[in-house]
Structures are given as C-alpha cells and as structure tokens.
Design a protein around this ligand. Structure first.
Ligand code: SAH
Length: 206
C-alpha cells in the first residue's frame, strides 16, 4: 500500500504508528473532489486555505511524540481531524483546538462516524493553549509558528514533548521536537516541511 511505503521512506518505524495509519481511513477526511488521491503521500486542500498534512509528515510527527495510553495530548490545528484520528488510539485523550469553526464541525462529524470517543475539541486560538486542561504530557502543533509558542511551553508537563513546525517562509520550515527538562527546553530539528501558518486570534483574514 502506497501509504505504508511512504511511511517507510520517511523512516517511520514505530509499529503502533504504522498500524494506526493503515487502519484509519484517510478518505474519510478528504474532500469529495480529491477522494482518488486519498492514499497518495501529498498534502490535500480541506477548505479555508488549509491543508490536510502529507501522511509521511503525520507519521513522523506522531512517532516523535512517543505516545502511550497514559498520555494526555494537546493538538493545535484540528483541521480535517485526520491527525487527531491518528493520535486518538495511541494516547489516553486528545484535546484539540481549531480556529475555524466550520472545519471543526466537519471534523467532529467524522469523529462521530468513526466512533472516536476520546477527543475533546474547542474553537479558539491554540497559541493560548487550553489552560483548564493543562498541563499536557504531549503537545502537537500542526500549523507553522515563528517560534515555539511560549504559552504552550508553559502548559507542557515536566519531561513532556512538543512537536511544532517552525518557520513562516517556504524556504525555511522545519519540525522541531521540544523536550521540557529540568534545565529548560531542549530542541531538536526533525526535518524540513511545508505547513500553513499558525495564526493568533488578533491577526486578520484567514
Ligand atoms: N492536522 C490537520 C491539518 C492542519 S492544517 C489535519 O490533519 O487535517 C492547520 C490547521 O491549523 C488549520 O485548520 C488552521 O485553521 C489551524 N490553525 C492555524 N492557526 C491556529 C490557531 N492559532 N489556533 C488553532 N488553530 C489554528
């Protein structure tokens, strides 16, 4: 299957991540017009100028989170809900924030249909995190930020891991793995990527 090959090429080896990505139907998250491209390793448009991430990148970011069934995860940028659906069986609970209400509504319908029950969502600015539910053992941001969002770093548990794409221009974007240690934040670059920007609420437009 093309998806599994793409994951292998990207160096994703965690058997639980690979099995979950094989099981979750990506076509359920892809708009009608692109159904035939559901299992290609490409980003796909989901409306509101947003995109569904490429499977290899979803796999890489998920693997880098080092999940298990005790982890509480914050996701910023629900989008289609595909990444959320991959996180769901690999952790205890996902708290997911999306700034576009119509996108979130669609995503919630998909969760219902696929019987995904351990996901709590809200519409809002994910750069502010989710104070009432903090701290989180894991945080995943699926839109590119200029830098590690400081409030999200505050809401990360000691020893916690945050995966965030950094860089707002096409020529410089990378996935950062941030680990919260006793000595502060330790960062490691995972690989170059292409994400739509993370937009704080005070910004205008889409
Ligand atoms: N993970 C998604 C794709 C993400 S596209 C999927 O699997 O489909 C990035 C998403 O982040 C978009 O839906 C965009 O609206 C959202 N986003 C951008 N800035 C945000 C912010 N500050 N808070 C919450 N969501 C944001």
């Amino acid at each position: 299957m093309e998806l599994v090959l793409a994951l292998r090429r990207a160096g994703v080896t965690d058997p639980d991540v690979v099995a979950t990505m094989e099981r979750v139907p990506r076509e359920a998250f892809v708009p009608e017009a692109f159904q035939d491209k559901s299992y290609q390793d490409i980003t796909l448009p989901i409306g509101h100028h947003q995109t569904l991430s490429q499977p290899a990148v979803v796999g890489l970011m998920t693997e880098a989170l080092e999940l298990d069934d005790r982890k509480k995860v914050l996701e910023v940028g629900t989008g289609s809900g595909y990444q959320t659906a991959i996180l769901s069986p690999l952790c205890r609970r996902v708290y997911s924030i999306e700034r576009h209400a119509p996108l979130l509504e669609e995503a919630e319908k998909r969760f219902e249909k696929l019987r995904i029950r351990n996901v709590t969502t809200k519409v809002g600015d994910g750069t502010l995190g989710w104070d009432a539910q903090a701290p989180f053992e894991r945080i995943i941001v699926t839109a590119a930020a200029a830098d590690v969002p400081p409030i999200l770093a505050d809401q990360l548990s000691p020893g916690g891991i945050m995966i965030v794409p950094i860089g707002l221009t096409d020529d410089f974007q990378t996935i950062l793995k941030v680990v919260k240690t006793d000595h502060g934040l330790e960062t490691e670059e995972l690989r170059d990527v292409n994400f739509v920007p993370l937009i704080p609420e005070e910004a205008t437009g889409t």
